[in-house]
Design a protein around this ligand. Structure first.
Ligand SMILES: [Zn+2]
Length: 197
């Protein structure tokens, strides 16, 4: 990949110390996750919860792709793949059984719409959809439920993810958000479903 603006592996021979044959791909955004940056210290709603806090910030800053009535769509700050979206109810609830009918309906509709938008923008080969309910099930922020929409490409689960738990992401989050938000509102002219804006 040589597209301008994309991170490129740096040749190992350029680094100090004993040269080796391995390139270096820097993923410093992962360090914030490893350090627990932005992670709530308790389960309370409000400013301590990233998913309660995000809708109060500008879209570009919070990486929000679309705002619905009862739920919104935001880029995962620590994506497994480019275009990894989260569908969050505005309400701070931890379990799907606590959602009311309108929240259920909108989360489902926004999930479907996310598939259309991500397909239009980046043509993934498949998706993983789902919720991790409870910290033991892998939820990073268990107190405020969120539906994952993870685009998948053949061969994307390579050794780096498995061995180092690190993903090399070829697109910066701000650019990904812009592309998805434009496709969502149809300004890219590739979608004809304007039902939810
Ligand atoms: Zn919350």
């Amino acid at each position: 990949m040589t597209a301008p603006g994309l991170p490129q592996p740096e040749p190992g021979a350029d680094h100090p110390g004993v040269p080796d044959a391995f390139g270096r791909l820097w993923t410093p955004h992962r360090m914030a996750y490893i350090d627990g940056e932005g992670k709530p210290t308790d389960d309370a709603p409000g400013q301590g919860c990233p998913f309660c806090r995000a809708p109060g910030r500008p879209d570009e800053e919070a990486l929000i792709v679309h705002r619905g009535e009862a739920a919104y769509v935001v880029l995962n700050l620590y994506p497994y793949n480019p275009g990894h979206l989260l569908i969050c109810p505005y309400r701070h609830v931890s379990d799907p059984t606590e959602l009311d009918d309108s929240e259920h309906e909108e989360i489902s509709r926004l999930t479907t719409r996310s598939l259309q938008v991500v397909r239009a923008v980046s043509a993934p080969h498949g998706f993983n959809l789902g919720m991790n309910v409870g910290a033991v099930a892998g939820a990073g922020i268990a107190a405020h439920l969120h539906q994952h929409v993870v685009p998948r490409w053949g061969g994307d689960a390579n050794f780096l993810a498995i061995v180092a738990r690190t993903k090399a992401l070829p697109q910066v989050l701000g650019e990904t958000r812009r592309l998805l938000a434009e496709a969502w509102t149809g300004t890219a002219g590739i979608l004809d479903d304007g039902a939810d804006g």
